[in-house]
Design a protein around this ligand. Structure first.
Ligand code: GAR
Length: 208
């Protein structure tokens, strides 16, 4: 059984999707053992507590140097014996220490079809604002491993979502979550726990 540690910063609907999938028995060979938040008032922490999942808080601003924060987060994850780390709306950039310590073991959910609308500065609502500004007809979400290039790690699963007349960034964000994020993130985590993802040349292959 793999230990899943989830990092959050906000509302935690993706965390909820993971918890619901776990309760339905859809996370094969894995269990959410801890939820770590970058914000003490994140609603995601309530979701964890309601499901008797241990919680921790680590704030970037409590460390003068980024390096010290990077070390502290790495050590916290190691102390939790994390086999896989899931970024479920985690809004603090990860340092190279934690990325190297958990190479191809950190899974992020991004609300677009990478490589569109991704990279530095593209997070949350901004991603959907830019997609609508560009006038794309299809957007979606991507579950991928994290490497040192922002949103540049090996892609695990993507799911497309069509733009509709009258979409606002808020409406589109909600539909991308419902139709894509909440489905592909639990699936990607389960595939990892089942050891069905192989990585080669910055690409993944899903094994049957
Ligand atoms: C989600 O839409 C997630 O894809 C996005 O933040 C939201 C968090 O919502 N993440 C990023 O933009 C990362 N670059 P949640 O807290 O309700 O899961």
């Amino acid at each position: 059984m793999k230990n899943i540690v989830v990092l959050v910063s906000g509302g935690g609907t993706n965390l909820q999707a993971l918890i619901d999938a776990q309760n339905r028995g859809e996370i094969k060979n894995g269990k959410i053992s801890c939820v770590i938040s970058s914000k003490p008032d994140a609603y995601a922490l309530e979701r964890a507590k309601n499901n008797n999942i241990e919680t921790e808080i680590i704030r970037r601003k409590d460390y003068a140097e980024f390096d010290d924060y990077d070390t502290a987060l790495t050590e916290l994850l190691q102390s939790k014996n994390a086999d896989v780390v899931v970024l479920a709306g985690f809004m603090t950039i990860l340092g190279s220490k934690v990325i190297r310590a958990f190479e191809n073991r950190i899974i992020n959910i991004h609300p677009s079809l990478i490589p569109s609308f991704c990279g530095e500065g593209y997070y949350g609502l901004r991603v959907h604002e830019e997609a609508l500004k560009k006038g794309v007809k299809v957007t979606g979400a991507t579950a991928h491993f994290v490497n040192e290039i922002c949103d540049g790690g090996p892609i695990i699963i993507q799911k497309a979502v069509e733009i509709q007349n009258g979409d606002t960034p808020e409406i589109l964000q909600k539909r991308v979550m419902q139709e894509a994020e909440w489905k592909i993130l639990p699936k990607a985590v389960s595939l990892f726990c089942e050891e069905k993802i192989s990585v080669k040349d910055n690409k993944t292959e899903i094994l049957d």
